[in-house]
Design a protein around this ligand. Structure first.
Ligand code: 13P
Length: 255
């Protein structure tokens, strides 16, 4: 398999630095030496530096949950790519549906962030996905296409292999409602076909497409067995080491 599976934890707005350190230490102790699955944790900004130090020497990677596209300046409350790099973060989640919904992020803005992340050697985890109303009206593939093409405008073929795409149906996030394997695989295959059009087949085959939305140890094996599902972006089940470690093991078994 040319794509190594990636299990990524999006901790969202959870955990103080002290709580984050405890969780990172537990994860490192359990799966810090795993090499057949890529593992990523994305704590809040306030824990990046301390988490980065605890992850040093392990195989667990560090990511942020957002960033601003400008290098520096008068952007109160924002964080730049170089600030993230200084914490040893190598990934950044961009365009999460919660950012789109609650902070009015649009495809143009997300595109600026994607380009800035790549320019600074940060791997974007680009989130796309439809709402329930969009799915029920038959607009899923159109929505995903618009989001994907909008966010990847101007990305070169060389840069594209550093991009991770996460398909997160909004109706499945934090709801306990998981997409069926057929629903997920259909959209993942569609995303792959769009990547082929944008970057050519060889590169599209290297880009990892994660599923996100109520993924947990009980439903992960079936999802991870699908041809175009290359891992998971996990919210709730990443906040506790036991379930996160089980997901890493499910990914190792699925490869
Ligand atoms: P849940 O796993 O809690 O549904 O969250 C998914 C998600 O939004 C990850 O980015």
């Amino acid at each position: 398999m040319i794509r190594k599976k990636l299990i990524a934890g999006n901790w969202k707005m959870n955990k103080t630095s002290a709580d984050a350190s405890t969780l990172v230490q537990e994860i490192v102790a359990e799966v810090g030496r795993v090499t057949d699955v890529d593992i990523l944790v994305c704590p809040p900004f306030t824990s990046l530096e301390s988490a980065g130090k605890l992850l040093e020497g392990s195989n667990v990677k560090l990511g942020a949950q957002n960033m601003h596209h400008e290098a520096s300046g008068a952007y109160t409350g924002e964080i730049s790519a170089s600030m993230l790099r200084s914490t040893f973060a190598t990934y950044v989640i961009l365009g999460h549906s919660e950012r789109r919904t609650y902070f009015a992020e649009n495809d143009k803005f997300i595109n600026q962030k994607v380009l800035a992340a790549l320019k600074n050697q940060l791997k974007p985890v680009l989130c796309v996905g439809e709402t329930l109303a969009e799915r029920e009206s038959g607009a899923t593939l159109k929505v995903v296409q618009t989001q994907l093409e909008g966010a990847l405008e101007g990305v070169s073929k060389e840069q594209a292999t550093s991009v991770v795409v996460a398909y997160e149906p909004v109706w499945a996030i934090g709801t306990g409602k998981v997409a069926t394997t057929e629903q997920a695989q259909e959209v993942h295959a569609f995303i792959r076909s769009l990547l082929v059009k944008l970057f050519g087949d060889a590169i599209a085959q290297k880009v990892r497409i994660l599923y996100g939305g109520s993924m947990k140890p009980s439903n992960a094996p079936e999802l991870l067995a699908q041809k175009d599902i290359d891992g998971g972006l996990i919210g709730g089940a990443s906040l506790e080491s036991r379930s996160f470690v089980e997901l890493v093991k499910a990914a190792a078994a699925a490869k």
